[in-house]
Design a protein around this ligand. Structure first.
Ligand SMILES: Nc1ncnc2c1ncn2[C@@H]1O[C@H](COP(=O)(O)OP(=O)(O)OP(=O)(O)O)[C@@H](O)[C@H]1O
Ligand SMILES: [Mg+2]
Length: 327
């Protein structure tokens, strides 16, 4: 079981007009992933997928909230938790001048596996990902799909029950995608819980049991694939998430926003005494309506210092995710 509780990550940005600035890359994310699932994380660039996956693997410390993997608190016992996790980063480097088996042998040693068990384990994982014919090949001569499979071989070396794969299908041709899906399905059948991210829902819907749709650090939808699809299809208004930042307290901005047409689910996030605060809300309306809202806020004296918004409504994003578009 992987459990995310109010998992939040804020990154510091260069100060804006001398004031500290942050981006909330993951905002109070709550999620439970049962053993045996293939759980897809979907969202556009900057949604917070990589940030969330890195926090799950103990590679990034949350600003607040927590992650538990197999009952272990990842922030406090990262090394214990990592025994249970195999991670494949979105951009990972392989050592070009090593042979496939040498690379795995090297990592098996780095993982401090008992020396006498390493050769058999290396042979086993090479077979597991279908790279037998490339065992003695130099990594620089592998295709992208083969490199991706070698990355997965490295992630499963220590036989972890949970695999976290950040966009493993990115850059693969259709044939390599099918091979990757088959590999993941097989690993899942053998008992691995798999967390996997992609920009495109259609990439994942065939293999995922559940899916989390993220945008701007928020979890928009999460759950069994069929129920997320159903919920999205019945979404009424075309709404998008907007974040307005003010130099000052967010509560006042909440006051200004309350009762405004098209605004719902407003939530303030508090910042330090010198920092700006921001309010996130769902907005039903076009760009002209949003411009009108911002103008009214400024006219009312709100010290607006930033407006961020998704260019797309959730429905548009959903349509793109589910439209079978290839990256
Ligand atoms: N090290 C960092 N410092 C500052 N901001 C960061 C850092 N890493 C990520 N961010 C910001 O956090 C937000 C989420 O980024 P993240 O990489 O988690 O998104 P993603 O969903 O993985 O995107 P992509 O699909 O492009 O991989 C973005 O606004 C990004 O600019
Ligand atoms: Mg990413």
């Amino acid at each position: 079981m992987v459990r995310l509780e109010n998992l939040t990550k804020e990154y510091d940005l260069p100060p804006i007009k001398g004031r500290p600035a942050q981006v909330v890359a993951a905002d109070r994310v709550n999620l439970q992933i049962a053993d045996g699932e293939i759980y897809g994380f979907v969202g556009p660039n900057g949604a917070g997928k990589t940030t969330t996956l890195k926090m799950i693997c103990g590679l990034l410390v949350p600003t607040s909230g927590s992650v538990e993997v197999q009952g272990i608190d990842v922030e406090h016992r990262p090394e214990d938790a990592q025994q249970f996790i195999g991670y494949l980063a979105d951009f990972f480097s392989l050592y070009d001048d090593m042979k496939v088996w040498e690379y795995l042998d090297y990592f098996a040693r780095a993982y401090k596996m008992p020396a006498e068990k390493i050769p058999a384990r290396v042979t086993e994982v090479i077979a597991r990902v279908g790279l037998e014919s490339k065992r003695d090949a130099f990594i620089q001569g592998l295709s992208r799909g083969m490199k991706q499979r070698l990355g997965i071989a490295r992630a499963v070396l220590h036989n972890p029950p949970v695999l976290v794969l950040d966009e493993p299908a990115s850059g693969l041709d259709p044939k390599a995608r099918v091979e990757l899906k088959d590999l993941l399905k097989n690993l899942n059948r053998e008992g691995k819980t798999i967390l996997i991210s992609s920009h495109v829902l259609s990439d994942l819907e065939e293999i995922c049991t559940s899916v989390a749709i993220m945008e701007m650090g928020h979890l928009l939808r999460a759950g069994k694939l069929s129920s997320v699809m159903e919920q999205s299809a019945t979404e009424k208004a075309a709404q998008r998430r907007i974040r307005i930042r003010v130099a000052g307290a967010g509560e006042q901005l909440m006051g200004w926003l309350s009762g405004r047409a098209g605004v719902s689910e407003a939530q303030a996030s508090s910042k330090g005494p010198l920092g700006s605060s921001s309010v996130d809300f769902l907005f039903a309306g076009n760009d002209a309506a949003l411009a009108g809202l911002v103008r009214d806020l400024v006219m009312a004296g709100a010290p607006v210092c930033g407006v961020e918004g998704s260019a797309e409504s959730f429905e548009q994003i959903y349509a793109r995710f589910s439209g079978g578009e290839v990256m």
